[in-house]
Ligand binder design. Structure first.
Ligand code: NDP
Length: 332
């Protein structure tokens, strides 16, 4: 597959270029708003072409697919242009600034017969696959509640638009709540109905929230509580699912790395759940490439991206309005 990178980003440099190439992809071009940065990024990563305009990138080299990893306010226009040019799309989260835009993107790709995926990497983690399997196998009985601990310390190299630019989609809610929403949906196979939330600026955020806590009601009656932050250097992440017959306690699993440990506690005692420690992004790329070949579906598709964004939008509205908010999936 021939790929264009829309966005000369850190995530592409640190994870996705390697994952695309590992899945056999040939990266032909990269887009930056600056011609000089496009050239420098292309040279640094061994990419033949660097462009400062989207039209020439889409016109060049008979690309099969694009990976969009610009700042969040650019995703919608860039995805719509790529879809109009007949390219399959792997788009970063959050898909767009509004749920309505995300729905438009996903419907446009479906109408054009193109694969559209959301880069929710946590679904690809061996840890989460093992948790999902244990829940499916009934090892914890009926799920009663979920606790998501996703308070981290944003590394200095990411302390740009995320902490001071609401116009670019900054803030911990668009950045991390979307991942938590996707992960909860992945494990429970159901969509949050309504939410209450609070947010705060706790040291890093300037004009955007850098911490959030929320509670979600699920259709089954299960309750979910989540904590996201950019300002917690020592908290460690975690994911817990509690059921009538057991509890799964996972530590260090809300991460980009294949790491962590999982304990299953039941009446029989505590046991470690083993899991595979493969590269999360590589698995995502393998599934995306297979979907383009007509085999299976991406780990997280466009609808998954719309739904995670809808939950984050409800959390933001609940936090700002101080009230319970129904999640609006806008018909998708
Ligand atoms: P970056 O800040 O690294 O990149 C975003 C844009 O900023 C780039 O398109 C580039 O635009 C500009 N830029 C990047 N580096 C520099 C630099 N050194 N100097 C000047 N400009 C620079 O963003 P991220 O990689 O952190 O995030 C990009 C997207 O990916 C977001 O949508 C984010 O939510 C998502 N993401 C997803 C992750 C996941 O695990 N799924 C993890 C991290 C991010 P230009 O060249 O046009 O100036």
């Amino acid at each position: 597959m021939r790929w264009g990178l829309i966005g000369a980003s850190s995530i592409a440099a640190n994870h996705m270029i390697g994952a695309i190439r590992g899945a056999g992809g040939d990266i032909r071009s990269v887009l930056s708003s600056s011609a000089e940065r496009a050239r420098a990024y292309a040279e640094e990563h061994g990419i033949p072409n660097g462009f400062d305009g989207l039209d020439p990138l889409l016109a060049e080299d008979d690309l099969d697919a694009v990976y969009i990893s610009t700042t969040n306010e650019k995703h919608f226009d860039q995805a719509m242009a790529a879809i109009a040019a007949g390219k399959h799309v792997l788009c970063e989260k959050p898909l767009a600034m509004t749920v309505a835009d995300a729905v438009t993107m996903v419907r446009a790709a479906a109408d054009a017969g193109l694969v559209f995926a959301t880069n929710h990497h946590l679904r690809n983690a061996g840890s989460h696959l093992a948790i999902r399997e244990a829940v499916r196998a009934g090892r914890i009985g009926t799920v009663l509640s979920v606790r998501v601990f996703h308070a981290v310390h944003l590394p200095p190299f990411l302390q740009g638009w995320r902490i001071d630019n609401p116009g670019a989609g900054g803030g911990v809610i668009p950045d991390i709540v979307v991942h938590d929403a996707d992960t909860v949906r992945f494990h429970l196979d159901e969509d949050p109905v309504d939410v209450v939330a609070m947010d705060a600026a706790s040291g890093l955020g300037r004009g955007v929230e850098d911490s959030a806590m929320s509670v979600w009601a699920m259709p089954s009656g299960a309750m979910v509580m989540t904590h996201e932050s950019f300002t917690h250097p020592h908290a460690r992440t975690g994911f817990e699912i509690h059921g009538t017959e057991g509890s799964i306690i996972a530590r260090d699993v809300m991460t980009q790395r294949p790491a962590g440990e999982i304990t299953l506690r039941t009446a029989a005692g505590a046991e470690d759940l083993p899991f595979e420690k493969h590269n999360l992004y590589a698995r995502g790329l393998d599934l995306f490439s297979a979907a383009v070949r007509g085999e299976g579906r991406p780990a997280a598709d466009g609808v998954d991206g719309v739904k995670s964004l809808a939950v984050a939008a409800a959390v933001a509205e609940a936090a700002r309005g101080g009230r319970r908010v129904a999640v609006d999936y806008e018909g998708i």
